[in-house]
Design a protein around this ligand. Structure first.
Ligand SMILES: [Zn+2]
Length: 419
């Protein structure tokens, strides 16, 4: 019996190895963009005259360089090459590290190493003529795909269940953000729902350094299994897609009504057409004849369906922890849209009109980001990223291989896939 079990195990292992080899090839295709080169270490002869500074809040590059005795003109030149050659224009407090190297303790700084991430280091070297040059090195990393799965228990939150499943906090936060356009974490969570996440762990010299990207998510939501896969398109852009290859990030529409003309834009000061005095316009007005159906700009939950003197009949939708949208001056609300109703992107929530403080039929549309009104036409929104036929075909093949890897890992979560 024992023997038979061993053979079974080794056969199974062989299958896993073959599966992983296929997976590795496929995954490699989309990982090509993360360029990696050999790690550079500081040479031994300069090591004794090294000063390491961790950037603190309030530090500027200029301040830190001058503290090390560099001149104004050095600072100006260093800032210039850093920006043009390494794309660095600001330092991040508590994250970036700077090393200053001198040939001897009483000598001026001859080399500066900036470490903006564990995977990148930027070396500034002072030439004989006193000019500074800049070289960027990517540090070699090895990435593993890790699978963790769990289940919501009675009285649980997704966050608690995720922690219990062993999903690191940062990955959990990413998963939360990704699912937030699809789910309402307050109302869509039930005991018994299963979920899983495939994510990256990055290693350097055999030691784990940090977690990488979320590669795949599966969540048994109330209205079906929500699946998301990270995938690189042939044009190099990366997005998350559902099982069919549709863009999984449901962004908000800047203009809920297609092709509607903007009649008044977002401004912090404008003369109100009815009130006459200057007042901020916290949204965008779109021309829309009375009765024009108004679609929800994104999926979410209705948090207000009411009348007030300014907005007239209005609906407010909460999309996730970050975004809310508001639609004002409606002639009437759509049937079945009430406070608490979950709406799809594009679902009709009401009809344009001129109720409240309004000079004529139009849609007044607001986007509220983290409690602040933002300009719907210019605010940066997560992109909707759809696949063309060729990419969709590639995606479906990739997904098939990824799923078979996930299935094997789900049977043995201690294993990992070497990417
Ligand atoms: Zn308006």
């Amino acid at each position: 019996m024992e023997k038979a079990k061993d053979i079974m195990n080794s056969k199974w292992l062989a299958r896993v190895v073959i599966g992983l080899a296929i997976l590795l090839t496929v995954v490699a295709i989309y990982l090509v963009a993360t360029q990696r080169h050999v790690m550079h270490t500081v040479s031994a002869e300069t090591a004794e005259c090294r000063t390491v500074v961790v950037v603190a809040s309030g530090d500027t590059l200029g301040k830190l360089l001058m503290e090390q005795g560099l001149s104004h003109s050095d600072v100006t030149e260093i800032a210039k090459v850093l920006k043009s050659d390494a794309g660095i224009s600001t330092l991040r407090a508590d994250r970036d590290k700077i090393e200053f190297l001198r040939d001897a303790d009483d000598q001026p700084v001859s080399k500066i190493v900036i470490i903006p991430s564990p995977w990148r280091q930027v070396e500034l070297t002072c030439g004989d003529a006193g000019n500074w040059s800049c070289q960027t090195t990517d540090i070699e990393r090895v990435t593993r795909a890790i699978w963790r799965g769990g289940e919501i228990l009675d009285g649980d939150s997704f966050y608690l269940a995720g922690q219990r499943a062993g999903i690191p906090a940062g990955i959990l936060a990413d998963v939360y953000d990704l699912l937030a356009f699809e789910m309402d974490f307050e109302r869509d969570i039930r005991a018994g729902q299963k979920f899983s996440v495939l994510y990256e762990e990055n290693f350097s010299d055999g030691k784990k350094v940090d977690n990488g990207h979320v590669l795949a998510i599966s969540f048994q939501a109330l209205r079906g299994n929500v699946q998301m896969y990270r995938f690189r398109k042939s044009d190099g852009t990366i997005g998350y897609y559902d099982g069919e290859g549709n863009g999984a990030i449901k962004s908000l529409k800047r203009t809920p009504i297609n092709n509607a003309k903007v009649t008044s834009s977002f401004t912090t000061r404008r003369k109100h057409p009815v009130l006459g005095f200057t007042r901020a316009h916290k949204g965008v007005d779109f021309r829309a004849p009375t009765g024009t159906p108004i679609p929800a700009a994104g999926a979410g939950r209705v948090v207000a369906r009411a009348y007030n003197r300014g907005h007239g009949n209005y609906v407010k939708i909460r999309h996730n922890g970050t975004y809310e949208t508001l639609y004002a001056h409606m002639s009437k609300f759509a049937k079945g849209v009430n406070v608490g109703t979950t709406v799809r992107q594009g679902q009709i929530i009401g009809y344009a009109g001129s109720t409240g403080l309004s000079t004529g039929p139009h849609l007044h549309y607001e986007i509220i980001k983290n409690g602040q009104h933002v300009n719907p036409l210019t605010v940066k929104l997560p992109a909707i990223n759809n696949l063309d036929n060729a990419d969709k075909k590639k995606f479906l093949e990739y997904k098939k291989v990824l799923e078979s890897g996930i299935e094997q890992l789900s049977k043995n979560p201690n294993m990992f896939i070497q990417l």
